[in-house]
Write a protein that binds this ligand. Structure first.
Ligand code: ADP
Length: 458
């Protein structure tokens, strides 16, 4: 059935089920009707035998057996199909049919009180053989009824069914084929529309059929997928544009500084100054490309971060030690407050260290001399909570939702060493690789707290 359109498959199934149903129905009707008609004939034969028994009861007292024969012959004559009656007296003498008439008897093998359908002379008969009792003696009787009409009626019904079933089947199949075609038309439309959507026109949407059925849901699901794709592609485009823009500024600075320096002969001091400027800008560029590479790796999922059972307290202490010099340089107090005992969690040691370094580095950068930064761990059943809190400038409420976005900087400043606007995006990527999320709370003027929950180690 590969490659066969659904419409044809549906119609074929429908036809097969319909044919089976109609055949069952036809066979049932034929069988039931035949039983019913034959039972009617049998009852009719019973009546015949009962009639003969009555005649025997009334006329059996006649002395002359010839008179009984005449009575019986008269009875038979008055009956429809009376010629199909035969009767012999206990001595085996024939009482019916009257002399000169063809004898209708049950064929051998038919027991007393039994009915059977027999063929004779190309015709079909229903026959009942019975024993009628009169004054202790048994009279053997055979009664017959022609089955011609019954069988003709059954034959007609059979022919009617055989003629009608294919006709009904044909009409139903054509109807089914048409209906399934109508029902599936939106699928073709969806396929056509989906084919025309490319990365260039991702904003295009499929029309959702108003029926609210499976096909509406399919179109809706498609549209939602397109929306997600459009968002993702948009972010990639934005990222590329921002990245080129970020790289362009230091590059332009390097070029103009070099050009200016080369324009005429200068004293050695000026050259040194220009080269220092160039060194500074290229360092910024190196940091930026490093950050971009890190993000690209995160996006591609190549920075696999296998989580192992790690003591978060140890990592936090390490980061604290590493940042002590920087804190001293800035005149900020850096403290670590650790949960008691080892704080075991599922973590990627290098990744978590990098995340904490970004947070502490940011906190120190945004905190005035005299302020403090606290690195803290806390334990509970949900895992280990790690937070970096500072008493710095804080983040304005309207910027809070954006700090994890790539290239987002609160002041929008593009200068300042290492301030790429990518740090928190990288940190968030690491948090996600830990199956967690980095969150922030901040009060402008009072400080900010960044928090991540690490899941318990298995
Ligand atoms: P950058 O590398 O430029 O610092 P980040 O992604 O790390 O970029 O941070 C985004 C923005 O969030 C920064 O421009 C900064 O203004 C703000 N921010 C980050 N951490 C803090 C903090 N601890 N206190 C105040 N502002 C912060």
């Amino acid at each position: 059935m590969k490659g066969v359109p659904i419409r044809v498959k549906l119609t074929a199934w429908y036809a097969a089920v319909l044919l089976a149903g109609m055949s069952l129905f036809g066979a049932g009707v034929l069988f039931g009707l035949e039983r019913r008609l034959v039972a009617g004939v049998d009852a009719w034969l019973d009546g015949r035998v009962a009639g003969l028994s009555k005649v025997l009861e009334i006329e059996g007292g006649l002395k002359n057996p010839e008179e009984l024969k005449t009575e019986l012959a008269e009875f038979a004559q008055e009956m429809p199909q009376g010629e199909l009656l035969s009767m012999t007296d206990p001595a085996g003498k024939r009482l019916l049919p009257a002399k000169g008439q063809p004898v209708f008897e049950a064929q051998p093998g038919l027991g007393q009180g039994e009915y059977r359908t027999e063929s004779r002379g190309g015709k079909r008969y229903r026959v009942l053989r019975s024993l009628v009792r009169y004054r202790g003696a048994g009279y053997e009787v055979a009664a017959g009824a022609s089955m011609e009409e019954t069988e003709a009626a059954l034959r007609m019904l059979k022919e009617l069914l055989l003629g009608l079933i294919p006709l009904v089947l044909l009409v139903a199949c054509l109807g089914g084929y048409w209906i399934s075609g109508r029902a599936l038309r939106p699928v073709d439309e969806i396929t056509e529309a989906a084919r025309t959507i490319t990365v260039q026109n991702l904003s295009q949407r499929l029309t959702v059929p108003p029926a609210g059925d499976e096909l509406s849901r399919l179109s809706q699901a498609w549209n939602e997928t397109l929306e997600r794709l459009e968002g993702a592609v948009g972010r990639i485009r934005q990222f590329t544009a921002d990245a080129s823009h970020e790289l362009r500024t230091p590059l332009a600075l390097i070029r103009t500084t070099a050009e200016l320096a080369l324009r005429r002969e200068r004293p050695a001091g000026e050259y040194r100054e220009a080269l220092a400027q160039i060194e500074h800008e290229s360092e910024k560029m190196a940091e930026l490309t490093e950050a971009l590479l890190e993000l690209a790796r995160e996006d591609a999922g190549v920075t696999a971060m296998p989580l192992t059972k790690s003591d978060v307290n140890e990592i936090v202490q390490e980061v604290g030690r590493a940042c002590r010099g920087m804190a001293e340089e800035r005149g900020v107090k850096l403290e670590t407050m650790l949960a008691e005992g080892p704080a075991m969690a599922a973590a990627h040691t290098a990744g978590l260290r990098r995340l904490l370094l970004i947070l502490v580095e940011n906190a120190l950068h945004h905190t005035e001399a005299g302020g403090s930064v606290i690195l803290k761990t806390a334990l509970n059943a949900n895992g280990v909570k790690v937070s970096v809190a500072d008493t710095g400038e804080g983040i304005p409420a309207e910027a809070l939702a954006h700090v994890f976005e790539r290239f987002f900087r609160v002041d929008g400043a593009r200068s300042g060493r290492g301030r790429t606007g990518l740090g928190l995006s990288i940190a968030q990527g690491i948090a996600q690789a830990h199956g967690s999320e980095l969150t922030v709370e901040s009060e402008p003027g009072l400080g900010s707290t960044f928090t991540i929950w690490l899941k318990p180690a298995k």
